[in-house]
Design a protein. Sequence first.
Length: 227
Amino acid sequence: MNHSQIAGSVTPASALAAGNVPQPPAPGVGRRQRRAAETRLRLFRCALRLIAEHGFPNVTVEDITEAADVGKGTFFNYFETKDHVLGVMAEVQLGKVREAAALAGEGTQTIHSVLHQLVQRLAEEPGRSPSLARAFISSFLASENVRALIKRNMQEGRKMIAEIVAAGQASGEIDPCLKKEKVAMQLLQTAMGTVLLWSLHGEPALEAWLEDSFQHFWRSIALSGKE
């Protein structure tokens, strides 16, 4: 698959942040839908801030709704449980993969650069603090519904990453003998595993962990002479 084919396969991430969090809908969306999306976004942002400050177990639904200035009942219009707030992360991460695929499709950057940026961006939210990273991980492990959501999004994201890898193989950056699907899985393991280990130690800075992990990952897949 060439660069233009990758770009054509990417769906718009209008409901996802170009940066860190889900965006409100475009102005053309109805007022009721826009207000609902804005409320969900506010709840997510407040939950993320409180969890980073106090730790997941110490934050209640009441804390989140008070910070978001909405009633407790409103919370359950958008999220089944407190754990499901963290499930929004699956949407955020998938949006970042879509953006990386679009960037690869443009052909203006090397695939090395695209994948390097993607690993860094996937670690942005959980990387705000070790306690927040552990909260994400424990939530995913504890909730079957959240795990199912994460799994679906990871499967879709892995397919898009595989096509980025295929573009790197076509451009001569990545070893063409490697299976693109396995390389895609390896990249996700690199990003997620690094965040997990960092969350247990906290030092050095996550950026240093990610850089070291990515360089090892790239050397394992790069075509000889492209390391």
